[in-house]
Design a protein around this ligand. Structure first.
Ligand code: ADP
Ligand code: MG
Length: 695
């Protein structure tokens, strides 16, 4: 980059360290994050609080400079005859003071913000009338590029980056960027060449040119990701045959006909059918089961395990926490009691002697179902004939952990991963693109939707009366405190003081309170939890350790302290702990009255809807895919350069269909017309964790 005019060693180093750019190509793939129409001049009178970047033409009518040294601030009052606006500089004050004088005409460009009843523009871009006129002749939209603080102080502003882009195109002259899509796809989809798209994405003539360039680049980006996923899946399904579960036998039938505690919902039935077909097909099943909290995934998991048993295989169920594994163990043993199925629990706290006897019975096949935590992954956990693996709350597990379960038999067992964190379809197609998906989109009958309220934590008197009323009616309540980092001392203080305060408000002997948090010894945690589950305590004060899976149908109130500190999916999970019985349940979100716009939005969404899919869509839009739970462990490069999974659903679908068509015709990508794809896939593979191990 150093050889490019305008980029000295300093700027080159900044580009490398701040945005990872070291070649012309890297630079060209650094796209503008938005565009402004520089042919349009706003009147100052037209500016309103929602205005984003605007360009105004006017004269400096007065200037002032206040403060000293580093605290100096230079303000120029700028008028265009319709109104005035303050232009403000905090940095480089000496320089601008010399440069901008009363009476001079300029074009100012920037983002206005409301200040003391009028508007100001901080660090606007200033151009003389001549400069502005020459830009106007060039025409078109101007790209704005993201810059970091360090880049800005090294004079690598958005404007300078734009200049660099221009210099690159000048430097390469007549050379055309090599095309990365095959001609037949360009033609079929009506796409422009890569080279043209690059010119237009940085220097669009108008909206239409921009849209076409964006479409070409987005489609390409998503196409190669999908091609990669689909090809890996195809190779895997050829390489790994699956155990054939051909029978539906004694266990499944007896349970279904005689011991199921309620009627399955239609959605549960459909999903069980999908699993049955898949596990009987001779392919190794890799299936994602999505269902909102409380939709009854455990029962589906249980029946899936019974299919394995009927065909002479063992099954295992892995959960992310001890409490959850324990709970699964209890409900599964209880339900399978009459069938005489041997079920065991293996966790980190299983005693040594018990553990070795479990391992022995597992290896000789006496244990038919093993339930547990990460402890199941250990190498000394050897099955006699494992045929079905179920992973609950799979977003809590990394890729590598799932892969370890594949190796617990000579041939890969079937895998069903379950998640209660609904994932928007677009994200699922990318994150779990190689999994078949089953969805339970229906709750068991008779559930009353949880009513959710948002209150400021300065007004909690009424809340305690309400809790007392619920408890008097025989219900139980959770009170959850945020624990962003297990090590944060202040969080524990919050929890401890909260606990002490609750004990004052809800005194013994009338009330009893449990407390659980992540720092407790498992046995202690277990004991406190058990007191709540059995109804001996009416209130459970806890951190988010109770977030996943815990099932206490008698609990009807979920109070979340400092709710603004939780993410949407966490709030949804927490709320899912109530509303599991027939009673009306409530969720109370407490927050500080001082809220950022985003926190307020999150809480509003929670109040408005109970639908996990809607919430996850909102989450994706607000935070972007890289920050959603599960995407970080996925190994997929979610720093997509141009496509946006929150808004480009249609392009994604098109990309997937296209990839499917290509592979249907040419599975090995060996046709000459598809050669260029291999090269692109290889370069994608270099940026990625091994796709082959994503289950
Ligand atoms: P999740 O999908 O969140 O894991 P669970 O499997 O824990 O949900 O089920 C939530 C509750 O709903 C449990 O108490 C379970 O017994 C009950 N349940 C599951 N399926 C049905 C059904 N078809 N009819 C009635 N209740 C059901
Ligand atoms: Mg569950």
């Amino acid at each position: 980059m150093t050889y490019l005019p305008g980029v000295g060693p300093k700027k080159a180093a900044l580009l490398k360290s701040e945005i990872g750019v070291s070649t012309y190509e890297d630079m060209l793939y650094y796209f503008p994050y938005r565009y402004v129409d520089r042919s349009r001049f706003y009147k100052i009178r037209e500016i309103e609080s929602s205005s984003s970047y605007v360009q105004i033409k006017g004269t400096i009518v007065s200037v002032s400079c206040v403060g000293e040294h580093r605290k100096q601030r230079f303000t120029a009052t700028f008028s265009d005859g319709t109104d005035t606006i303050e232009l403000v500089w905090f940095k480089g004050v000496k320089f601008v003071m010399d440069k901008y004088k009363v009476g001079q005409e300029f074009v100012a460009f920037g983002k206005p913000s409301a200040f003391n009843g009028s508007y100001n523009m901080v660090h606007p871009e200033m151009e003389t009338m001549n400069e502005a006129a020459s830009k106007l002749m060039m025409g078109g939209l101007q790209g704005l590029y993201n810059t970091t603080e360090k880049m800005k102080s090294g004079f690598l502003t958005s404007k300078v980056i734009q200049k660099i882009m221009l210099n690159i195109f000048q430097a390469i002259g007549n050379y055309k960027l090599p095309e990365t899509l095959p001609a037949h796809i360009l033609q079929k989809c009506g796409l422009m060449y890569l080279h043209d798209a690059m010119v237009k994405i940085h220097f669009p003539k108008d909206d239409e040119a921009l849209r076409n360039a964006q479409y070409r680049l987005k489609l390409e980006e998503l196409f190669y990701i999908q091609l990669n996923i689909l090809r890996t899946t195809r190779i895997r399904s050829q390489r790994f045959r699956g155990f054939v579960f051909s029978k539906i036998g004694y266990y499944f039938n007896t349970f279904y006909k005689e011991h199921i505690p309620f009627d399955l919902t239609d959605a549960q039935k459909r999903v069980i059918r999908e699993i049955r077909v898949d596990a009987g097909s001779g392919k190794q099943m890799n299936r994602l089961l999505q269902g909102d909290v409380g939709s009854g995934k455990t029962l589906v998991a249980l029946m899936t395990m019974l299919m394995a048993l009927d065909n002479g295989y063992q099954a295992c169920l892995m959960a992310p926490t001890e409490i959850l594994a324990q709970q699964h163990y209890e409900s599964v043993t209880q339900m399978l009691e009459p069938l005489g199925v041997r079920v065991e629990l293996l966790t980190g706290s299983t005693k040594k002697s018990e553990r070795s006897s479990i391992l022995e019975s597992l290896a000789n096949g006496e244990i038919q179902i093993l339930i547990g935590t990460h402890a199941l992954l250990e190498d000394n956990v050897v099955f006699s004939n494992l045929g079905m693996v179920i992973i609950d709350e799979q977003h809590r597990f990394g890729v590598a952990q799932r892969a370890r379960l594949w190796n617990k038999n000579t041939q890969r067992p079937h895998v069903l991963v379950m998640t209660a964190t609904p994932i928007p379809r677009t994200l699922a197609m990318t994150l779990y693109g190689d999994l078949d998906v089953s969805v339970i989109d229906q709750l068991p009958p008779g559930r009353k939707p949880v009513q959710t309220f948002h209150r400021f934590d300065t007004k909690r008197v009424g809340l305690y009366d309400f809790l007392k009323k619920e408890i008097a009616g025989g219900r139980q309540a959770y009170i959850v405190y945020p624990l962003i980092q297990e090590s944060e001392k202040s969080d524990y203080q919050n929890l401890e003081t909260g606990y002490e305060k609750m004990k004052e408000i809800f005194p013994e002997p009338q009330y009893h309170i449990s407390m659980v948090h992540g720092k407790m010894k498992p046995a202690e945690k277990e004991e406190q939890m058990q007191l709540f589950v059995s109804g001996q305590t009416q209130i459970l004060v806890a951190t988010t350790v109770i977030e996943v899976g815990v099932n206490v149908p008698n609990a009807s109130v979920m109070v979340i302290e400092s709710a603004e500190r939780f993410g949407l999916s966490q709030l949804h999970q927490l709320r899912g702990r109530v509303g599991r019985g027939a009673d009306q349940s409530y969720c109370v979100l407490l927050s500080s009255p001082k809220l950022s716009k985003e926190s307020r939005q999150r809480l509003e969404i929670m109040v408005q809807t109970n639908d996990g899919f809607e919430i996850s869509e909102a989450d994706l839009k607000m935070r972007g895919p890289g920050d959603l739970e599960g995407t970080q462990q996925s190994g997929i490069p979610f720093n997509l350069k141009i496509a946006n999974l929150a808004t480009d659903g249609q392009i994604l679908q098109k990309a997937r269909d296209l990839a499917q068509e290509v592979l249907d015709e040419d599975p090995d990508l060996s046709f000459e017309k598809n050669f260029v794809m291999n090269k692109q896939l290889n370069s994608l593979a270099r940026q990625t964790v091994n796709w082959g191990v994503i289950s």
